[in-house]
Design a protein around this ligand. Structure first.
Ligand SMILES: [Zn+2]
Length: 229
């Protein structure tokens, strides 16, 4: 029984256990000694497996760091696909998905700033407005917004005013600002702030690798297209 260890500690301990016992077994000549080292390794690995299970349970309960799980990844991948659709349609690559408490997708949106000639046509704002019109407050509070890029201050404020729940994003606003500065894209008119600077009570998770890198590539294509015009 090792208690609830962080998963990276469990992983490192498993690697160390396998390495150490392998060295001991390779150095041993007596079959009884070899059997003893194998039994030690099994005992150690069983304890680590228990610790890993406890870490998994803590993870699914949202403790301690509320990292992403497989469902989060699936929804974020959909956001990246929506961002790619937006880019193909001439808009900037941003996509978002609103997911209900049982994991069902309630609504999707993508950026339409260029195609609708509306600089506020951000997907996160569209989802907040959809939720305000379609969901009772209790359901909104349990819904998660997945998004390819962290909410801008306008969308973070809308999210908080509407009373939506958790935000999970692939790439952060500061990542995007850094990438764009590197490509020579002029800064926008709104300050680059983390969601929690606008709405401190929100639960926010991100950035999520390797999807942030996928988003960097999409934004780079958008920057190249902008430079060519
Ligand atoms: Zn926005």
């Amino acid at each position: 029984m090792r208690g609830c260890l962080p998963s990276n500690v469990v992983r490192d301990e498993v690697a160390g256990c396998l390495r150490g016992n392998r060295a001991a077994i390779e150095a041993a000549a007596d079959p009884a000694v070899i059997a003893c080292w194998i039994a030690r390794a099994i005992h150690h690995l069983e304890a680590l497996a228990e610790a890993a299970t406890l870490a998994m349970v803590a993870h699914s309960n949202g403790e301690p760091a509320m990292r992403t799980d497989r469902q989060d990844t699936i929804h974020l991948q959909r956001c990246v696909a929506l961002a790619s659709e937006a880019l193909a349609a001439g808009d900037d690559p941003f996509g978002s998905v609103l997911v209900g408490p049982s994991g069902d997708v309630l609504a999707e949106a993508r950026n339409r700033e260029t195609s609708s000639a509306d600089p506020t046509a951000h997907p996160e704002l569209a989802l907040a407005q959809w939720a305000a019109g379609h969901l009772p407050p209790a359901v909104r509070a349990t819904a998660t917004v997945y998004t390819s890029g962290e909410h801008c201050p306008m969308c973070a404020a809308a999210h908080a005013w509407v009373g939506l729940g958790r935000i999970v994003y692939a790439a952060s606003s500061s990542q995007l600002a850094t990438w764009r500065a590197g490509w020579g894209v002029p800064a926008g008119p709104v300050a680059v702030l983390p969601v929690t600077a606008v709405a401190p009570a929100l639960t926010v998770v991100g950035p999520v690798a390797p999807l942030d890198e996928e988003m960097r590539l999409l934004h780079e294509r958008a920057a190249q297209r902008r430079a060519a015009h």
